[in-house]
Write a protein that binds this ligand. Structure first.
Ligand code: 13P
Length: 250
């Protein structure tokens, strides 16, 4: 049974006060839920405090990125080990904003995945096609490449620590959500790719989140789609009411 995993990616939003207030309110409203996994991904500088504010609750704290190196002279980078050290439990890798705004390659995403696993962090590995790629009919080719390259060297036992997020780039921050059918098609396909890389049984355990303009009014239909096991939420995770409605979808 795959437990739904709903994570809020705050991106470069909120300040210290806002981050802590949102974290504390979430703790109060849904901090003891065990039927769903709920996580928040604040900006690096607020991680430590948010971890402490949520300690002892069921809420998970994730980072939005990590370095592909262990330690050393890498100005501006934050290592997976440092994230683990402050109590972070998972990290988003290969987000489309990293790939397309900062030129991150599949190979770099893979190195980050492996560093995160070595440091003891779980991973949300993001994949997703550009609008032009969907229009050219190469969505499957693109997401298969991102998934296969991203998981290179990840052995079967470690796959249990990985969540995949399918985030079509054309649906991120645009208000244009993939239909449940569109999401389901790609999620089915991704599960098939995982089964080819590992085994059917292992692939069946991996959660595949959908991300891209997830809102309170579309979460239920997306979650009802085939192989959709959760959501990675951007804009709608910044306000208590909207994120709570998403977490509490029926
Ligand atoms: P939006 O929910 O704002 O479209 O962002 C999605 C996303 O990129 C989550 O990682």
């Amino acid at each position: 049974m795959r437990k739904p995993f709903l994570a809020g990616n705050w991106k470069m939003n909120l300040d210290r006060k806002g981050s802590l207030a949102l974290a504390k309110s979430l703790r109060e409203k849904c901090g003891s839920r065990t039927d769903r996994e709920v996580g928040v991904c604040p900006p690096f500088v607020y991680l430590d405090e948010v971890v402490r504010a949520l300690a002892g609750s069921k809420l998970r704290v994730g980072a939005q990125n990590c370095s592909d190196e262990i330690e050393g002279a890498f100005t501006g980078e934050v290592s997976a080990r440092m994230l683990k050290d402050v109590g972070v439990s998972f990290v988003i890798v290969g987000h489309s904003e990293r790939r397309h705004l900062y030129g991150e390659s599949d190979e770099l995403a893979n190195r980050k995945v492996r560093q995160a696993l070595v440091a003891g962090l779980d991973v949300i590995l993001c994949v997703g096609e550009l609008l032009a790629e969907r229009d050219q009919g190469i969505t499957e080719r693109v997401v298969a490449r991102q998934l296969t390259q991203g998981l290179k060297g990840v052995d079967e036992p470690d796959l249990a620590r990985i969540t995949i997020a399918y985030e079509p780039v054309w649906a991120i921050g645009t208000g244009r959500t993939a239909t449940p059918e569109q999401a389901g098609e790609v999620h089915n396909y991704l599960r098939g790719v995982l089964a080819g890389l590992y085994t059917d049984a292992t692939a069946a355990e991996v959660r595949i989140q959908y991300g891209g303009s997830v809102k309170p009014d579309n979460i239920a239909s997306l979650m009802a789609a085939s192989n959709v096991d959760g959501a990675l939420v951007g804009g709608a995770s910044l306000k208590l009411d909207s994120f709570l409605s998403i977490v509490e979808y029926k």
